[in-house]
Write a protein that binds this ligand. Structure first.
Ligand SMILES: Nc1ncnc2c1ncn2[C@@H]1O[C@H](COP(=O)(O)OP(=O)(O)O)[C@@H](O)[C@H]1O
Ligand SMILES: [Mg+2]
Length: 386
């Protein structure tokens, strides 16, 4: 909406904050908590506007790193930068660090501690930096990593996660005041990679489905929409579900009619519904045209990846057979049904360029977003492969 009115979810924030802050001994939650929900459904808004203030009100020190805000920045640097920024405002913690790293002769008033000295493989590790912050403030630190799956697309990002694991183990020992790492992400399969295997930093961390906005939000929206005609929540709720629980679509539709005095009480609601559907279809249509423009092998690789989910192993022989099956299902003549490693490799690169597939630093792949899987399934392109 033009005015960027937000619907707050204090109860949800309280519930999450409680879960994050009061973990019982031995609970896996100390390894971190993962929140997953599709794109544009309100995760970042909730984290920034509701969860963060709630955690702070409960006495925690919150560090927020958004790995999506600047797509060209290395995720590793973004995480380090967020921690440095927090330290920049904590003079005593810096003083402590300066002393512990041999700068104890510096006059207190004229202390200058170069934040660049904190980092991955730098003189002052993230563990030291966070421990100094913890000891000085005596607060539990909650580090929120938004769109955390980006961290595993670069070596520095992976290194940052491991550094955080070490920091977490240290800060959760009795001598400090605790560290919780909260990760959010738009894609369950990708997030799962951060926690499913023993060699990952957040092995075993619980995955929580982040609830999308509910009927209470729709009631609020209908009251606040400020249109020349009234909106009935009973009619808008199913529309919102259809539109993938994305508030922006309702907002954009409302913007279209806000100053349209041609529409009246009788025709308005219907026109509003048509506009929401049109916007949702437009998004799906763009995606469809990309998916349907793929070469047969690209399409086969994407479909098999989508059908396999988090266990997808691109070059295993069983997977190779599946590509062939996908080509066959697409109706290719027998002489064109072939899949080899170089061909699959090329297809994977093309899919990444088209933003349909996502690649982790270690060569693990996943479908970029759930909406793609939904379009494939809706068009029957996954049948026979799942
Ligand atoms: N609680 C809310 N009330 C009103 N609008 C919201 C709310 N949550 C999200 N939005 C709107 O939806 C859009 C997507 O939200 P965002 O938090 O960026 O989603 P995500 O992080 O899940 O991708 C934003 O434009 C935001 O203004
Ligand atoms: Mg977000």
């Amino acid at each position: 909406m033009a005015t960027q009115l937000l619907y707050h979810r204090p109860h949800l924030a309280q519930r999450f904050a409680k879960q994050i802050l009061s973990v019982s001994v031995g609970s896996a939650s100390v390894s971190g908590v993962f929140f997953a929900a599709p794109r544009r459904t309100g995760k970042s808004t909730f984290v920034r506007e509701d969860l963060r203030p709630e955690l702070e009100a409960s006495g925690a020190l919150v560090v927020y790193a958004d790995l999506w805000a600047n797509p060209t920045a290395d995720p590793g640097n973004v995480i380090v930068g967020a921690i440095r920024a927090k330290l920049a405002g904590a003079h005593n913690a810096l003083l402590r660090l300066a002393k512990s790293t041999g700068l104890d002769k510096v006059r207190v008033g004229g202390l200058s501690f170069d934040l660049e000295r904190i980092g991955l493989g730098a003189e002052v590790s993230l563990t030291d930096a966070l421990a100094a912050l913890s000891d000085e403030t005596k607060q539990l630190i909650v580090l929120i990593i938004d769109e955390a799956q980006h961290a595993i697309t670069t070596e520095a990002g992976v290194a940052a996660l491991f550094a955080l694991k070490a920091a977490r183990d240290e800060l959760n020992s009795t001598s400090h005041h605790g560290l919780r790492v909260i990760c959010t992400g738009s894609n369950q399969d990708k997030l799962a990679m951060l926690r499913n295997s023993k060699d990952q930093a957040f092995f075993g961390a619980p995955m929580v489905n982040f609830p999308t906005l509910g009927e209470d939000y729709i009631d609020w929206f209908c009251r606040k929409a400020d249109l020349p005609f009234p909106l009935e929540p009973e009619a808008v709720w199913p529309l919102f579900c259809e539109a993938g629980y994305r508030p922006e679509l309702l907002g954009a539709a409302a913007d279209k009619f806000r100053f349209d005095f041609q529409v009246d009480e009788a025709t308005g609601p219907e026109k509003f519904a048509a506009e929401v559907r049109r916007l949702a279809e437009e998004l799906a249509k763009t995606l469809r045209s990309v998916v349907h423009g793929l070469t047969p092998i690209q399409s086969a690789v994407l479909r098999v990846m989508a059908a396999t989910g988090e266990n997808y192993a691109p070059f295993e022989s069983a997977t190779m057979d599946k590509y062939k099956k996908a080509l066959e299902l697409a109706g290719l003549p027998p002489e064109d049904i072939k899949a080899d490693v170089p061909g699959v490799q090329q297809a994977l690169i093309a899919l990444q360029e088209k933003k349909l597939a996502w690649r982790a630093a270690r060569g693990i792949y996943a479908v970029e977003e759930k909406a793609i899987v939904e379009v494939l399934r809706a068009d029957g392109l996954l049948s026979g492969l799942e």
